[in-house]
Structures are given as structure tokens and as C-alpha cells.
Design a protein. Sequence first.
Length: 249
Amino acid sequence: MYDYGPPRIKLVLQLGPQPHTIAEFDVDAAVDRPKVYEFHARFTTEPAGIVIDYAYDIPRVLENFWLQEREEFARPELLVDWFEIEDPLYPTWPPPSHTNILFDSPLRDKDERAYAHEVLARFMRKAYRRPVTREEIDTKLALFNKARKQKDNFVEAIKTALVAVLISPHFLYLAEPSDTPSRALNDHELAARMSYFLWSSMPDEELFKLADAGKLKDTDIRRRQVDRMLADPKAEAFVRNFVGQWLGL
């Protein structure tokens, strides 16, 4: 009386305390013609595990209620022959997300404090989307110096200063400080407004360079940049976010 269909499996990644369903799918392979199913998942340094759950939903009707929870209730069988976890998926290690911040420098092995200054100066300029002052860098460098006395290595110490940058209002908001109620935006503020409006993201290198050169105040240059940005795939973010906030789509 039942059209059972194929068995169903749920693949769950237990990463730290938080379970995450990677996939739930029907296994449409015959016993004599098995298939390999492959999925990608993100692992971190947290303790992790993979759980394979039989997720077939037994049809429940009045005629079978007394048998529903029993193993002898007929259902499609699922056979798992093997599974393996393959890594890494990065062509190089450390990955670019690491080396873009902790880049190679002659100072890296010679003077930790000077190298930390280099790292913070470049990181803060991107995070704040504008040139940073010596005083701003020195404030974060002081955090590094304090953390270095307590941490076992440079990487763990510099993380303290980098986290402080990422919780700063200059990163979290489009900060446009002014002592006057009305003033013209500077070039870096223009670049940030254009970028977050059209891309929902930070300015790219071309906008940064134009802002550094003071050219974004030029109307023609600004219009050409808008055309370039709208032609970029990142402009899809504007469409999604605009109709999402406006119409709730």
C-alpha cells in the first residue's frame, strides 16, 4: 500500500557545540550499482565529527500506527560502504586570507614591533577605508606590545590588535567625523559611500587609488566609476539588498 521510493540520508557536521546539516538527500543508487556522493564542508580548529542519519520518513496512517516505531516495519534499506574526509582544499598553506594580512617583509624576522607596525598600518587603512594617523596606529601597537608579553608567539599577539580594529566604530560604521554640521565629503568618504551603496562592500583598489589621488570629487570621473561598478557582478548585491529592504523580498 506504500510507494516507498528511495532511502534518505542526512549528513550532519558537528563542529564544536553546533550541529550543521551539510545535506539531506535521497540515495537513488541500486545495490548492484552504488554511487559516490561528495559534499564540501568547512572545518575549523574546533573538535569536529560527521554524523550519518537515516532520514527516511515512514508513511504514517491509521492502519500502521501500531507498527510505526518497530524495526520490522518495512522501509527502504540504506547501505553505506565507506566514507572519507579529504583535505586540504587550499592550494597553498597558509591560505591567502592569512598571507594577505601577515605578508612577507624584511622586518618579519628582524624586528617584531616594526613588523607589527607595518601589518597594522596596512590592515587599518583597509578596515577604516581611509588613511590612518600615526596616533591611531600607535594605539593599536600598544595593545600588541601588551599582548606579546602574555602570548607565546607573534601571531597570537597580533590577533589582539587586529580584533581591536574590527570592533572599532571606524570599521563597523561609515564614520564621517566633523565639527561642522555641514561639509563636503572627502574623497575616501565618497569612495566608501559609492561602494557600500552599489556593492554592499568596501571600495576596491581602483577606488582607493582615485581617493588617494583626490580625483573622486571630479564629476566625470565619479560617473565613470559608477558605470564601472554597475557593470561589475558585485552590483547584484545592490539589487538584492534594495528590494529586500524596500519590499521585503
